[in-house]
Design a protein around this ligand. Structure first.
Ligand code: THG
Length: 806
């Protein structure tokens, strides 16, 4: 009998098998044929690969079901065969593994992204994975392994669906990062680890994309934010091209060179991705001998609450600075915002998201509750617009269960729910949501009888919340207690009770605390002074997070000063950075010099940078009314904004989702300008033919390039994926294109690019050529005679603009 997997993982390090696709190709899988089909047509071939890995010493055998989702099989007309293909895949692996190895059911990405970056909804995405995972689980896999994911929202939806099917099946969750340490959509290893753990992964890590050294760096970053066992599945080095064939250069010895360091990090599963063979597996097994040790990872003695966005994360508690939660996305007392909510507009939300973040908020409270609107729909819009405007994780502030759930589905990381109370009904309503969607929760220290007077009774309400959370399987680090502030103008003792409640909660429960600080001064003149003094006192009492207006200078002055005084701002670095230009702080603080207001061109540029579709349309109208010509609007307003987007992308300040959003904004502005222009004025910058080459059905990268090219003013003819060389040549001639862009993701299909280029040459087509794709390198591009290589979509646009002299 096999030992229970997760328990075994704490006792010993396990070896997972190597590449499947490349092994199947050597055994006759044709280019363009789905590997999963062999589960039905040639099970003995699949079995032979499993057997080789098992004999080489693999403890975990991975099923041949990576592309076995309905969405993926659809490309081959096999979408009705999800059940048969996955069932057969498990049976083949189980028959070989017997009692000697665990069987992990492999699930790969769909090739599509979740809204708003892609076009599948959360529910559609989770349905796809629920279908595949239920077959794998019913067929008896020991583990589910999610591999090669690029979109955090996609893998998050997958895990949530799997956890609904089974609360206990062990889940391994892996994403693929590039050499800049991000996934294609900008997710960092830390944000990935936090989000994946939150929704219920048992083992997190990385596969593909990088060699062992790169994977080690990714895992080291994950280790800063999680105590879960880690998994390493590196490629056998980065692919190189030799005599028209792709080779993975890492020898078995090179693959094991990092083993000691991996074990030190708490890596408990070591396997391999592309290019890994049974020889490598054998070497890995050998290299582990005599190095076994139990799993042990140092835990912080203080409770830390991690929250994440698609790209970044925030740590609350311990020695971290008090987390500033921006409160301004809240219709209370804000007429203009309330009106926008009614009209379904998002300009206010995007602007406040950006301004509050620039002012120092590390989290953003989203409250869109106002009478007469569909709050759930408004919450989804708010989450989409904030998460594509800034990297700040979100706090969902609503008393509506439906709005909370929509927000939780729309989010791309580990969010904070605001809030649950100590009332039984509230606990039963909110905590299951927090558990399912992997959210942390603010617990209001009140109960059936309302807000208790005394600190002791507020502590009791807090304790009740923590105990209830525990019974739902929510750990203490996912609960943040709000000790509650009432206005001091009505009853002065109350401020002190709140402060004592914070102390009691920290001392006896150890959990983190939060306050909506400004309530304290309600009804008094010059509220900011009372609020700031109280804020400082609460911080001294142990406050870990605060819901405030980060654009309120006095509050932020108090916050930054308190961080220095409590030693949470080491060497006062942040304080000095914020105040280095303030001449003398002992005099009443001088308002920051008011910057010259932006003119209309500046505003147009800013609208492009922030991706504000609503405003850009109004601004274009305004500019036209002021008498600017369409050309001036475009060249001196919009384009400088788009160029800034490009710069920020290169510097890793903006990521693909925001770039696409900005490009869409550009498109909206141009749609209006086109009405003003004559046909001769709107000549595109150039005509580009785009295609993924024959045998390859990966079109994510190509689609992104198409979108960006179009929005930068090029005319794009997109031939789609799996396009034959002859068709590319024919269309290039028929359309008289300025350039042909080719994409291939797999090492096995990129040689087809060379074939296309040769055929273009033979047909005498004089056009520029551009190639790209995950495994394509500059050297390769040169070796096959392409004019241009692009490492990513932004680079593709920039280089083609230069090449065509635009
Ligand atoms: N605890 C928790 N959540 C909370 C609160 C809390 N969420 C809501 C609130 N309290 C914190 N957020 C706000 C948001 C806005 C205002 C105050 C607190 C506010 N609005 C002004 C008004 O009411 O007049 C509008 C002023 C303006 O235009 O900016 O002050 O305690 N867990």
């Amino acid at each position: 009998m096999k030992k229970e997997f997760l328990k075994n993982l704490r006792e010993q390090v396990l070896i997972l098998d190597g590449a499947m696709g490349t092994m199947l190709q050597e055994r006759g899988l044709k280019p363009g044929q789905p590997p999963e089909e062999l589960n039905l047509t040639a099970p003995d071939v699949v079995a032979s690969v499993h057997r080789e890995y098992l004999e080489a010493g693999a403890d975990i055998i991975v099923t041949n079901t990576f592309g076995g989702s309905r969405e993926k099989l659809l490309h081959y007309g096999l979408e009705k065969e999800v059940n048969r293909i996955n069932k057969a895949g498990v049976k083949i692996a189980k028959d070989i593994a017997g009692d000697s190895a665990y069987v992990a059911g492999s699930i790969g990405p769909t090739g599509k992204f979740v809204e708003p970056v892609g076009d599948l909804s959360f529910d559609q995405m989770s349905d796809i994975f629920r279908e595949q995972a239920s077959v794998l689980i019913e067929a008896g896999v020991d583990i589910i392994t999610l591999e090669t994911f690029l979109d955090i929202k996609e893998i998050r939806a997958a895990i949530i669906a799997i956890r609904e099917l089974s609360p206990t099946i062990p889940i391994i969750a892996m994403m693929t990062f590039d050499d800049a340490g991000r996934t294609v959509l900008g997710t960092s290893p830390e944000a990935a680890a936090i989000t994946l753990e939150a929704v219920g992964a048992n083992v997190v890590g990385s596969n593909c994309g990088l060699g062992i050294e790169g994977i080690y760096q990714i895992l080291a970053a994950m280790r800063k934010v999680t105590t879960l066992p880690l998994i390493s599945q590196a490629n056998a080095g980065l692919p190189i091209l030799k005599d028209g064939k792709t080779l993975f250069p890492a020898t078995p010895d090179e693959m094991t060179a990092y083993h000691d360091r991996l074990l030190e990090l708490g890596v408990r599963i070591i396997g391999g991705c592309c290019g890994t063979t049974p020889k490598h597996t054998l070497a890995m097994k050998e290299a582990l001998k005599g190095k076994e040790r139990p799993f042990k990872v140092e835990k912080s003695d203080k409770i830390i609450t991690f929250l994440s966005s698609r790209t970044g994360y925030v740590a609350i508690g311990g020695d971290n600075p008090v987390a500033i939660i921006g409160e301004r996305i809240n219709p209370t007392g804000k007429k203009a915002f309330t009106a926008e909510l009614r009209e379904g507009k998002i300009s206010y939300i995007r602007r406040e998201a950006i301004e509050q973040t620039e002012s120092g908020a590390v989290l953003l409270d989203l409250n869109v509750g106002t009478p007469g609107i569909d709050e759930a729909a408004a919450m989804e819009r708010a989450v989409f617009s904030v998460t594509t405007a800034v990297q700040t994780p979100v706090v969902l502030d609503s008393s509506s269960t439906e709005a909370l759930e929509r927000g939780l589905k729309s989010a791309d990381g580990k969010v904070l729910i605001n809030s649950v109370s100590g009332e039984d009904k509230s606990l039963a309503r909110v905590l299951p949501l927090a558990k399912k969607y992997g959210a942390a929760v603010i617990g209001l220290s009140l109960d059936e009888k309302g807000i208790p007077e005394s600190a002791e009774d507020r502590f009791k309400a807090a304790e009740k919340i923590c105990n209830s959370a525990k019974s739902f399987g929510i750990p203490a680090d996912n609960i943040i207690i709000d000790a509650l502030t009432l206005t001091v103008s009505a009853e002065q003792r109350r401020a002190l009770e709140s402060l004592d409640a914070i102390r009691l909660v920290k001392e006896r429960l150890g959990v983190n605390t939060v306050l909506g600080v400004s309530n304290i001064s309600f009804g008094l003149p010059a509220r900011a002074f009372i609020s700031a003094a109280f804020f400082s006192m609460a911080i001294a009492a142990g406050l870990d997070a605060a819901i405030i207006n980060p654009k309120d200078k006095i509050m932020m002055d108090a916050f930054r000063s308190a961080m220095v005084l409590l030693g949470k701002d080491k060497d006062a670095v942040s304080y000095i950075e914020a105040y280095k230009n303030v001449a003398d702080a002992s005099v009443p603080s001088v308002e920051k010099e008011i910057e010259a207001p932006l003119d209309i061109k500046g505003k147009l540029g800013n609208a492009i940078i922030s991706g504000d579709v609503d405003s850009v349309k109004d601004l274009v109208e305004q500019a036209l009314a002021e008498g600017l010509s369409p050309l001036e609007i475009s060249n001196n307003g919009l384009l400088p904004g788009l160029e800034e987007v490009g710069r920020r992308f290169e510097k890793n300040i903006m990521f693909l989702p925001q770039v696409i959003r900005s490009a869409d904004t550009m498109k909206a502005a141009f749609a209006r300008l086109k009405q003003e222009l004559s046909a001769s004025d709107i000549k595109p910058l150039g005509k580009i033919l785009m295609a993924t080459v024959e045998g390859d059905i990966h079109d994510i990268g190509k689609n992104i390039v198409c979108t960006l090219l179009e929005n930068h003013g090029f005319q794009v003819i997109d031939l789609g994926k799996n396009v034959s060389a002859d068709r590319i040549v024919k269309e290039a001639i028929a359309n008289k294109v300025d350039a042909v862009g080719l994409s291939a993701l797999m090492t096995t299909t990129m040689s087809e690019m060379e074939n296309v280029l040769a055929k273009l040459g033979a047909a005498g087509v004089k056009t520029f050529t551009m190639v790209g794709g995950a495994v394509v390198t500059e050297e390769y591009a040169e070796s096959i005679g392409a004019d241009l290589y692009a490492g990513d979509a932004m680079e593709a646009v920039n280089r083609i603009r230069k090449l065509l002299g635009k």
